[in-house]
Design a protein around this ligand. Structure first.
Ligand code: SAH
Length: 344
């Protein structure tokens, strides 16, 4: 039995198998990995790719993550925050374009406190009862997560970044806590959110062991979504001189995650599209089933600069949507107007 067959039937992977898959340059094994991962994705979700409309609320951030262009120490970053009306406008445009999930993401910006954020969420909830509301606003208190859930949010994306506390400590300043981030994910799950965790591929100091720990953590948490994308070295951060994560590693990890978790919602990320012109298409071919076109107002797009050379910063929402749809069609898949919930 091949390694890929083994992972697929056991829904489990050993550290050695992970190492072997990431190390191989045998084209046939990579093609086997790709085709089996895609087969598994298709058996659950068909050839349908779910679209989420991404609204980037704020480029202000109180944190100082060493990899991120929005870290507070980056005095070169342009900071903006969307007004309530701009956010509602994005939703209106998105709804018209067929989006049934709105993802509101931002830096950890105290301006978007519970009062403001709950008001925004409940307004969107009332206006679009048929849509899913996803938040990705970093670490907040249990009370805050609960209030946002009660206001109508359904899903929360919070990448765990790395399942190794030692690795976490090398990617973040000492005032940030790995344990707190992990606790947040469990809290979100307890409250009833559909949760997404995830990590960057090729972040500085990442090893086979930390990646293996990531896969074990995902197995333990059983999230509905897993967001992974390559690390992109970014100017004016401490990691600007480090190498980018590899597209090929990211694709292999997407496929592995699909084989281990057939039902998981797995985005082909913008970071993947940034490091390869057909990165998102390749992601889908390796088992991804979600894309997140940008709905943010064009005036601020460039300023949500978590990493350098981010794609899709120049197009209006409608163009972004059309371009995404076309790319997906070209490789034989179809985008759907649907909330795209997790299929248990
Ligand atoms: N403040 C929110 C959103 C963070 S941005 C939060 O804490 O969840 C979303 C994700 O982008 C991060 O979780 C991180 O994994 C990724 N990211 C940040 N900087 C990056 C970089 N330089 N290259 C690739 N991905 C990056």
């Amino acid at each position: 039995m091949s390694i890929v067959d083994h992972i697929r039937t056991e829904r489990d992977i050993s550290r050695e198998e992970l190492e072997a898959i990431l190390a191989t340059d045998d084209k046939d094994s990579i093609e086997e990995l790709r085709s089996q991962a895609r087969e598994v994705a298709t058996s659950v979700y068909g050839n349908k790719i779910f679209m989420r409309g991404l609204i980037e609320l704020s480029s202000h951030c109180k944190n100082d993550c060493l990899y991120c262009g929005l870290r507070r120490s980056n005095t070169n970053a342009s900071r903006y925050r969307l007004t309530d009306d701009e956010i509602f406008q994005c939703c209106a445009t998105g709804y018209r374009l067929g989006f049934r999930t709105f993802v509101m993401q931002g830096g950890e910006d105290g301006w978007f406190d519970d009062k403001r954020m709950c008001r925004i969420v409940s307004t969107i909830r009332q206006q679009y009862p048929d849509c899913a509301i996803t938040l990705s606003l970093g670490e907040r208190s249990r009370e805050s997560y609960q209030a946002l859930f009660d206001a109508g949010a359904n899903r929360y994306l919070l990448r765990h970044e790395t399942a190794s506390p030692e690795h976490y400590a090398r990617l973040h300043p000492s005032e940030m806590s790995w344990q707190n981030r992990i606790d947040c994910l469990w809290t979100l799950k307890e409250i009833g959110y559909q949760v997404g965790c995830g990590f960057m591929v090729g972040s500085p100091f990442q090893t086979i062991d930390t990646l293996y720990a990531d896969l074990q953590f995902i197995r333990e948490l059983q999230p509905q979504m897993v967001g992974i994308g390559p690390f992109v070295a970014t100017a004016n951060t401490p990691f600007e001189g480090y190498p980018n994560g590899k597209v090929s590693d990211t694709l292999r990890l997407l496929a592995i995650i699909r084989l281990l978790h057939p039902h998981v919602l797995l985005p082909a990320t913008t970071a993947l599209g940034t490091l390869h012109p057909r990165g998102r298409e390749l992601g889908i071919q390796f088992g991804a089933n979600v894309v997140m076109p940008n709905l943010s107002p064009i005036a601020h797009r460039k300023d949500y600069a978590i990493y350098d050379n981010k794609i899709c910063t120049g197009e209006e929402a409608a163009e972004c949507r059309a371009c995404t749809e076309q790319r997906i069609k070209k490789i034989g898949f179809e985008t759907v107007v649907d909330r795209g919930d997790y299929k248990a």
